[in-house]
Design a binder for this molecule. Structure first.
Ligand code: SF4
Length: 470
């Protein structure tokens, strides 16, 4: 994945000054937060969260076992299986399939993993028309942008902006009524569904026990992308596996509520394999591409539970940083608090050293996470790791000196005296440059506490018992 996240400082400055963007984000995220809170009133969130956490812990702690169980079951159901260690191998497999079957047009439903491996631009470069069919994804594809949210890709756009985009790209009348805009998108996409040879989808869950791939959605486009084509390819991450079919009961109650505040999404598709003889529709072939792309490097580490994420997007909606800068500022397909973890953990800390610092550590994200990931604690740990990797020699020298100083009273005093002299001549700010860009240094007093203490003869001459009452 091409990462821009190393440019976070430049990207967020551009976004934070965009008042329209901030207004759009604020409106949409506040509504999602309100809907979520309302929907959880009627069920025991803490109980379900604990249960979901247990299921995910079981699945991820025994990932190899559950993956091979899933693979066996999926193959018994007639699916073909490919394990992709990297984005390149996943893309090459999908392209190979498309070329083998003379595919001209592909319809694709929403999937973060396909964004991650950038399969759409790759297929387009090879002359295969690949259309996003989720409305939000379709909007950002038309705009030539990337999604700015995990579940609502076009959250940064207002209705008027979308109307202008449709006018420009589709020749539609300028009308920002959501019904009109949806009908326009449907008009174009129906044609694509009817002419497509291949469908690509993700999967929200893979059930090891039965070999099922489960997709939740609201628009019906995923169902069409997976059933109205002769070839269906599921591209998803290895961490999506859960042990049992009955585990879905827990996740189905948590996922939609956390994401949009719905009790359930409008569609839940459970895909077991290709069309059977007795069935009238469905693809002739179903391929499952399981993508690792850095995920397995988290196994056995303190960050393993990051793999529990079910991509509900709730942590983005409550994050004060995300709400002010939006998803594009993160320079990664995974924005917000979970993106600030996933991006450096999957693709390497060196590529995104600033992301774990893009958090106020308020803990809102951890509080709403339906699988109980300690997001802000992990962000703090990643900061530690990144500091260990990336700190300059100057910073290391300063912190080492500070450590030495505070451990010895004499040195501490000397350190304080030097700081007071630098402060007096206005030099301390330049020594602390970086830290003082966004913070103010306190004004140093003329005398340190120790100096005042030593000069207070009256106090020092008091008997020890009376000093306590001084
Ligand atoms: S980290 Fe938790 S809250 Fe954030 S997207 Fe993942 S499951 Fe949802």
């Amino acid at each position: 994945m091409e990462l821009e996240s190393r440019n976070f400082k430049r990207l967020y400055k551009r976004q934070i000054n965009n008042q329209t963007l901030r207004a759009n984000l604020s409106k949409a995220t506040l509504q999602a937060v309100g809907n979520r809170a309302e929907s959880f009133r009627e069920i025991d969130f803490e109980f379900l969260r604990e249960r979901a956490k247990q299921v995910k812990q079981e699945a991820i702690s025994n990932l190899n076992g559950y993956l091979s169980q899933y693979q066996d079951a999926a193959q018994r159901n007639g699916c073909k299986f490919f394990f992709a260690q990297s984005a390149e191998t996943a893309r090459a497999y999908v392209l190979g399939l498309a070329l083998k079957h003379n595919v001209r047009t592909i319809v694709k439903s929403k999937s973060m993993v396909t964004e991650e491996i950038e399969v759409v631009p790759f297929l387009m470069r090879h002359g295969i028309e690949t259309i996003e069919t989720d409305l939000g994804e379709y909007i950002v594809q038309l705009a030539g942008e990337k999604p700015s949210h995990i579940t609502t890709p076009a959250i940064h756009k207002s209705r008027d902006e979308i109307a202008a985009l449709f006018h420009d790209k589709l020749g539609s009348a300028v009308n920002s009524d959501p019904k009109f805009l949806t009908a326009e998108a449907r008009r174009v996409l129906r044609e694509k569904f009817l002419s497509a040879d291949m469908g690509i989808s993700g999967a929200n869950f893979l059930v090891a026990e039965t070999g099922d791939a489960v997709i939740v959605e609201n628009e019906g486009n995923a169902r069409l992308s997976t059933s109205a084509v002769r070839l269906h390819v599921i591209v998803t991450g290895i961490e999506k596996v859960i042990p049992k079919f009955s585990d879905l009961r827990v996740f189905m109650r948590l996922l939609a509520r956390s994401s949009t505040g719905q009790k359930l999404t409008s569609y839940i598709s459970i895909i077991r394999g290709p069309r059977r003889e007795s069935e009238k529709d469905g693809p002739e072939e179903v391929h499952v591409v399981l993508v690792d792309n850095g995920r397995s490097s988290l196994l056995g580490t303190e960050y393993q539970e990051v793999l529990h994420c079910i991509r509900c997007g709730a942590c983005l909606n409550v994050c004060p940083v995300y709400r002010n800068i939006g998803g594009h500022a993160y320079g990664s397909v995974y924005p917000g608090p979970i993106g600030s973890l996933v991006t450096p953990l999957y693709f390497g800390e060196k590529h995104s050293p600033d992301l774990p610092f893009a958090s106020s550590l308020c803990g809102n994200c951890t509080e709403v996470c339906p699988v109980g990931i300690e997001i802000h604690h992990h962000l703090l740990s990643l900061r530690r790791d990144i500091v260990n990797i990336n700190h300059s020699k100057r910073e290391r020298f300063l912190f080492k000196s500070y450590r030495k100083a505070v451990l010895r009273p004499g040195r501490y005093e000397l350190f304080g005296s030097v700081a007071r002299v630098l402060s007096k001549f206005g030099l301390l700010n330049s020594v602390m440059k970086g830290w003082t860009t966004t913070r103010e240094l306190p004004v140093f007093p003329k005398q340190s506490f120790r100096e005042i203490y030593r000069s207070d003869k009256e106090f020092l001459n008091l008997p020890a018992g009376r000093r306590a009452h001084y």
